[in-house]
Design a protein around this ligand. Structure first.
Ligand SMILES: Cc1cc2nc3c(=O)[nH]c(=O)nc-3n(C[C@H](O)[C@H](O)[C@H](O)COP(=O)(O)OP(=O)(O)OC[C@H]3O[C@@H](n4cnc5c(N)ncnc54)[C@H](O)[C@@H]3O)c2cc1C
Ligand code: FES
Length: 255
């Protein structure tokens, strides 16, 4: 196991629904809360038995002292089981894992583009490091985070909903293009996490306007520690493991 990583059994402090999409899970741990960078993740063994068999990866959403918060949506069996856990139930968790987003971007404006399971790490990044814009794409108003969940974010927060029920109507990438066209695009540094199609569209725009940035490739992961080679990402240097070489990669390094 790499240095500074731990595998610990923790007790759940809170696990509750925050809106029509996300649940928030909170626990306390000295080791799992140490030296965490936004973009890093944890591997959770959801049950002690074999159902589900593999651990599931989740990004850090917030770390306050020893308190760790995760924000997750139900996508399948593992997250459904997780959503039914109660206060004081135990979970075995390994972390912090992977390489997070870069914090220093010189004089550029930090512009974050998030969607789906990519929202938690980018809210964490916006809370930790000076950010100009946080753009969030969702299907509808039901998925918009309650205001108190974003109260520590100093950036301008803009939503794009596909049905137009909140913020701009349409895709978050249309909103992104509107913003970058307003000033010198190369003055921005984009960091993105979310559905692959969204990130590909963000990277295409970044390429068109000559903007540097990073994206977090949340590939399906089995081991989370570089052993199974199940999370490979095609980079200019060849295939790399998202769990240890990423999940955050620079746009210019990706194929
Ligand atoms: C580095 C990393 C960080 C993540 N952070 C978060 C987070 O903060 N919050 C959160 O809700 N989820 C996050 N995810 C996704 C989360 O791991 C999956 O939602 C979870 O593993 C699904 O498990 P399941 O058993 O419920 O569903 P499964 O039965 O395993 O899958 C159900 C459905 O979800 C899809 N799915 C599985 N994994 C992913 C994935 N990585 N991305 C998108 N779709 C997926 C499958 O294709 C399938 O359609 C992260 C994933 C990675 C790799
Ligand atoms: S998940 Fe096993 S190598 Fe990345």
């Amino acid at each position: 196991m790499p240095k500074k990583m731990c595998d610990e059994v923790v007790s759940i402090l809170e696990n509750r629904k925050v809106n029509g999409k996300y649940y928030k899970l909170t626990f306390q741990s000295t080791l799992l809360s140490q030296k965490v960078q936004p973009g890093q993740f944890l591997q959770i063994r959801i049950n002690q038995g074999n159902d589900p068999f593999l651990r599931r990866p989740f990004s850090y959403y917030r770390v306050i002292g020893k308190r760790v918060e995760l924000l997750y949506e139900i996508l399948g069996r593992g997250t459904d089981v997780l959503s039914k856990k109660k206060k004081n139930d135990e979970l075995q968790i390994m972390g912090p894992l992977g390489k997070g987003f870069c914090k220093t971007i010189g004089k550029k404006k930090r512009l974050l583009v998030a969607g789906g399971v990519g929202v938690p790490p980018l809210v964490f990044l916006a809370e930790r490091y000076s950010t100009d814009y946080l753009l969030i794409g969702t299907k509808s108003k039901l998925e918009v985070l309650p205001k108190h969940e974003l109260k520590k974010v100093k950036a301008e927060i803009l939503y794009a909903t596909e049905d137009g029920s909140y913020g701009s109507k349409g895709m978050v990438t249309a909103l992104l293009e509107k913003i970058i066209m307003h000033e010198d695009p190369r003055g921005f540094f984009i960091q993105t996490c979310g559905p692959k199609r969204m990130m590909e569209a963000v990277m295409a725009l970044a390429g068109k306007y000559g903007i540097e940035g990073e994206s977090s490739w949340d590939e399906t992961m089995a081991c989370g520690v570089g052993a199974c080679l199940g999370c490979m990402v095609q980079t200019k240097e060849g295939l790399q493991r998202a769990c240890v070489d990423g999940p955050v990669f620079k746009f210019k390094d990706l194929v």
